[in-house]
Design a protein around this ligand. Structure first.
Ligand SMILES: Cc1cc2nc3c(=O)[nH]c(=O)nc-3n(C[C@H](O)[C@H](O)[C@H](O)COP(=O)(O)O)c2cc1C
Length: 383
């Protein structure tokens, strides 16, 4: 039977991808307490069913940072999406274009932003910046994004260390990819992926690389250790935000803000937006879920900048819950990746369409003809 929901696509992705790669995408960090609470937190929030409103055609459209979007969703930046399907980033950009929503190109993409723009013309591209020990690499990327006409920059600030993903040590998968017996066996038992993705790269462009790294540092994904200069910055401070603000005159959105004081600081530093995100339960295992801290942050700064949020979205009702808690729109990371890993652009687009349709249903059952009325009041309270 054709996949009916995001979980169906997740199961297909699990079958198709080498185990190490699937777990890299799917799992959390350390004991996965953070990841579990992302999902249980979303389940615990209940919405008020309302009846006898005209919900014949709920309008899921919105405006985010000046862009009119048919639904309040942005495809989140995900490193190495290009390993899940041949030319994965191009497929994701095309799927987002079909859905009419933005696709955020990651710094650690396998395909350059220029190539994505060329092969997915008309896609609404955003760019996600990681800052490296060698700052000038990031500043050059900003210039390239500007030259392409990209207006929205997500500056990710929540990854001061590489998180502890113990199963990836055990299953032999890591970035950069290191040859191992477990990894080789994994490829052998997933021939569809090995032939359609890795073998295809090897026969065409060669082993995938982090395409945005400058030629002098271009790091093959299989090299045992990356050069120190292209490691993500361990010392990242508000001075870096100031520097990015000076260099970027488009919209600057700080991604990974989970605290009200940090959100207030983002306002003071001139950010146009923040993404309230616990990185999908992939960084600090002891973190609360983004949904839990969102209302306090939205109350504090929602009138001063655009509040976006992510982590855990697998259903249209999850989008409604994030909006009810104060987000203008949400980002989705794994959901479209599952779709793409299952069947490329078609699968990623099907996931986005499922989310849109489920959001429409959720709006109908809660009595909302437009997103404007989805406020805190939509959340069911104990009587
Ligand atoms: C495989 C994978 C790679 C990711 N890489 C990045 C990245 O390079 N930069 C970034 O800002 N966030 C990255 N993220 C986090 C996502 O942008 C997003 O915040 C998170 O996935 C949202 O949670 P969700 O996957 O439950 O939707 C990554 C997430 C995944 C699953």
């Amino acid at each position: 039977m054709a996949p009916l929901n995001v979980e169906d696509f997740r199961i297909l992705a699990r079958r198709r991808l080498p185990r190490g790669m699937f777990e890299y995408v799917d799992r959390g960090t350390e004991d996965e307490v953070g990841l579990r609470s992302v999902h249980s937190g979303l389940e615990q929030v209940k919405l008020r069913p309302r009846v006898l409103n005209d919900v014949s055609a709920p309008d899921t459209s919105t405006v985010v940072l000046g862009d009119a979007l048919p639904m309040p969703v942005i495809v989140s930046p995900t490193a190495v999406a290009g390993l899940l399907w041949h030319d994965g980033e191009v497929q994701l950009a095309r799927a987002a274009r079909r859905a009419g929503i933005p696709f955020c190109v990651a710094t650690q993409s396998m395909t350059t932003m220029e190539e994505i723009a060329e092969r997915a013309p008309g896609a609404n591209l955003w760019f996600q910046l990681y800052v490296f020990e060698d700052r000038k690499i990031g500043w050059q990327l900003l210039e390239r994004a500007k030259a392409l006409g990209i207006r929205n920059l997500l500056f990710t600030v929540d990854t001061a260390r590489s998180p502890k993903k113990e199963w990836n040590t055990r299953n032999g998968f890591g970035i950069p990819i290191q040859p191992s017996l477990v990894g080789a066996m994994d490829l052998l038992v997933h021939p569809r992926w090995t032939l359609s993705v890795m073998a295809r790269y090897m026969l065409t462009t060669g082993i995938p690389v982090y395409a945005h790294y400058p030629p002098e540092y271009l790091t093959r994904m299989t090299r045992a250790s990356a050069m120190p200069n292209v490691k993500l910055a361990r010392k990242l401070t508000w001075d870096d935000v100031d520097e990015v603000r000076r260099r970027w005159d488009g919209n600057l959105v700080i991604k990974g803000v989970m605290d009200r004081e940090d959100a207030q600081q983002a306002v003071l530093r001139g950010a146009d937006g923040i993404v309230v995100s616990c990185h999908g339960g992939r960084n600090l295992d002891a973190s609360p879920p983004a949904l839990q801290v969102l209302p306090g942050i939205a109350d504090a700064v929602g009138h001063k900048l655009t509040v976006l949020a992510d982590s855990g979205i697998r259903r249209g009702s999850h989008i409604a819950k994030f909006l009810a808690c104060g987000a203008r729109a949400v980002l989705v990371g794994r959901a479209p990746l599952y779709g793409m890993a299952a069947s490329g652009e078609q699968g990623a687009h099907a996931v986005l369409e499922i989310l849109r349709e489920e959001l429409d249903h959720c709006m109908a059952f809660t009595g909302h003809g437009s997103l404007d009325t989805i406020t805190r009041d939509v959340i069911a309270r104990e009587c």
